[in-house]
Design a protein around this ligand. Structure first.
Ligand code: UDP
Length: 314
């Protein structure tokens, strides 16, 4: 297939591109490099992809046939969408509209990368796809949450109105190589601090929970969903839930030495719990994560160690 992926130079986009090339597809990567970087894709076989530095919210034109569109472009870490609130809203609204319109024009299949953030600060745990969420529309995270909720609504509208062959994944916290060292998310933050022997910065009392999925597991789930014709949202993530404090301890265990843990203020609207119910993904895709936290952390720590020697973050 000839596949267009927006955000293809980002963390997840670049891993997905790599997988699609391995499956024998040709990939058109569109990215404006706000949070992505070409360094994530330069190692790929250049005859198997092309890179277009472009804002997906602008008028969208792609030459030739396109069989599949994957819309992954968006700032995705809390500090990124706080720094780029308008871009975040635009890429999740106008960008979704443009890519859906292009899919219609090209008779392409479509997959939207949505997020567990559509559940906001959830009042149900674990979160099933049928839960409608608890989002503060005007809070600092609202720019991401509402953009993704709008994206889901628009994707379903294109499916129902135009019969577009769409899919929606709700991605829960995912980690692994190629996360930006300074993107502020808890996984690179703690590993970066631990490798520099600095105190780990736990926000709040650290009793809030998350469930961390290793990137290879997520990519496998996305690839399987691409091959189905299921149109409603599907949760993809690792259902092993732990507190942020326990996550800090897990990082220290893999690093192999003790460090101080400091408590910092909890960011506004930080969800208190988050854990995917993956019953649907198991049934539909025969999928569940294979890589446990210890193994995923070892791989990520090894990668970050190398990265830090090469390029210290700004
Ligand atoms: N967090 C933390 N210390 C950090 C960065 C994040 O304690 O240095 C916490 C954050 O408050 C949240 C959890 O870790 O409760 C996960 O944050 P992240 O930014 O990775 O993603 P989120 O799940 O909030 O989108």
């Amino acid at each position: 297939m000839r596949i267009l992926i927006t955000g293809g130079a980002g963390f997840l986009g670049s891993h997905l591109t790599e997988r699609l090339i391995r499956e024998g597809h040709y990939v058109i990567i569109m990215d404006n490099l706000i949070t992505g970087k070409t360094g994530n894709i330069t190692h790929l076989d250049h005859s198997k992809f092309k890179f277009i530095n472009y804002n997906v919210t602008d008028y969208l034109f792609v030459d030739g046939k396109v069989d599949f569109i994957l819309h992954f472009a968006s700032p995705a870490s809390p500090i990124d969408y706080l720094q780029h609130p308008i871009h975040t809203l635009k890429v999740g609204s106008i960008g979704t509209h443009k890519t859906l319109g292009l899919a219609l024009e090209k008779s392409a299949k479509y997959l939207l990368a949505s997020t567990s953030e559509v559940y906001g600060d959830p009042l149900e745990n674990p979160q099933q796809e049928k839960y409608w969420g608890n989002v503060n529309t005007i809070g600092p995270r609202g720019v991401y949450d509402e953009a993704k909720r709008f994206s889901e609504a628009l994707t379903m509208a294109y499916h129902r109105t135009h019969g577009l062959d769409t899919r929606i994944i709700r991605i829960f916290n995912t980690y692994g190589p190629r996360m930006r060292l300074n993107d502020g998310r808890v996984v690179p933050a703690f590993i970066w601090q631990a490798l520099r022997k600095e105190p780990l910065t736990v926000f709040g009392d650290g009793r809030q929970t998350r469930s961390f999925c290793y990137v290879d597991d997520l990519i496998e789930g996305i690839h399987r969903l691409m091959l189905t014709d299921y149109h409603e949202p599907v949760n993809l993530g690792n259902p092993t839930e732990l507190t942020v404090m326990d996550f800090a301890r897990a990082v220290l265990k893999e690093i192999g030495y003790e460090l101080k843990i400091e408590n910092h203020p909890l960011p506004v609207d930080d969800p208190k719990v988050r854990r995917p119910d993956i019953t649907l993904a198991k049934k539909l895709l025969g999928w569940e994560p294979q890589i446990d936290l210890a193994e995923g952390l070892r791989r990520t720590i090894d990668w970050m160690r190398q990265e830090m020697n090469l390029t210290p973050p700004i």
